[in-house]
Design a protein around this ligand. Structure first.
Ligand SMILES: [Zn+2]
Length: 79
């Protein structure tokens, strides 16, 4: 059992919320240390570990393509 194992996840479609989107989720285990010492006021902290989501399918309910689903999920900060 590897620590970097892929997880198969199913997300609800962001458009119709009925369809199931098949995704692969790879947890961002590696901590990338970048120079974040300079404080950037009002810029929001991006301190989430870098998870990787791979959208594998479009919506089987409303027919949105996987590119559209992925864009929407990213916009909604789901992935
Ligand atoms: Zn849908």
């Amino acid at each position: 059992m590897g620590a970097f194992g892929k997880h198969y996840e199913q997300l609800a479609c962001p458009f119709c919320e009925r369809g199931i989107i098949n995704c692969i989720f790879i947890p961002g285990a590696v901590s990338m240390k970048r120079a974040v010492t300079a404080s950037l006021p009002g810029k929001g902290t991006f301190h989430k570990s870098r998870d990787v989501w791979i959208v594998q399918s479009g919506c089987n309910s409303c027919g949105k393509k996987k590119e559209e689903v992925e864009t929407e999920l990213r916009k909604n900060r789901v992935i």
